[in-house]
Write a protein that binds this ligand. Sequence first.
Ligand SMILES: [Zn+2]
Length: 269
Amino acid sequence: MLTSTTPSEWARSLVSGAYDLHVHVAPDVMPRRVTDVQFARRCWDAGLAGFVLKSHYVPTAERAAVVNEALGGEVGVLGGLALNASIGGMNPLAATREVLKLAARHQLVVATGHLAAPEIRAVADAALEAGVRHVIITHPDFPQQDLPLDDQLALARMGAFLERCFATPFTGNCGWAGMLAGIKATGPGQTIIATDLGQPGNPPVEGGLALMADALRAAGFTDGEITTMIVDNSRLLAGADPLPPDGGAVRPAGGAGLKPVVTVEREGT
Ligand SMILES: [Zn+2]
């Protein structure tokens, strides 16, 4: 499926203005390819609008604020909060409902992280019921999640976004064909493309979205559909304004107004 780890010029240009909502950068417990500041600079060079700082162990909103200030807010860095044992954990489902109510009140994005398939349904249903506007079903193709297509379709119909990550098929955790078939089934409108990159042995994080654009194009998706999945939906979930139709400025309005993404976790890796 993927013949090169260097994105095409077309793909580099298409991802302009996109946010990568799932990356792993240093400092972290595990070795990472780049630091948050280095990656923010590379986003700027690559034309990306910003990213979510994901850590499985610590809240990153403060780090995001520091990076935003250090870089003058030219790249929009969003914090994240993964509800793992290191920050107090999460007891299903009463405590989760309380968190979801707070997320709804503050209009935060809720992601399902490394929950198992039945938990994904339970948490996503409860989130939508609680009034959370934007729910991300984190890499449903990953073996730990392996969310049945019927559930994916039901969640997409309810307005949840299915997150398809470059790293999942690239590292052999699922097949390209299976993931692409899932995207076709649930539709570009409810698909968000992220990379889940940052591991030292994988390609540079900043090229991941463009590599996905190439893979999607090779699979027959139109330019418009790819733009929806990579650029428009990531901007919507990041809380950024839509891209201007004239192709003007694609840069974020700084980190101000960008809100953390809450991930209901289960000891992710
Ligand atoms: Zn990840």
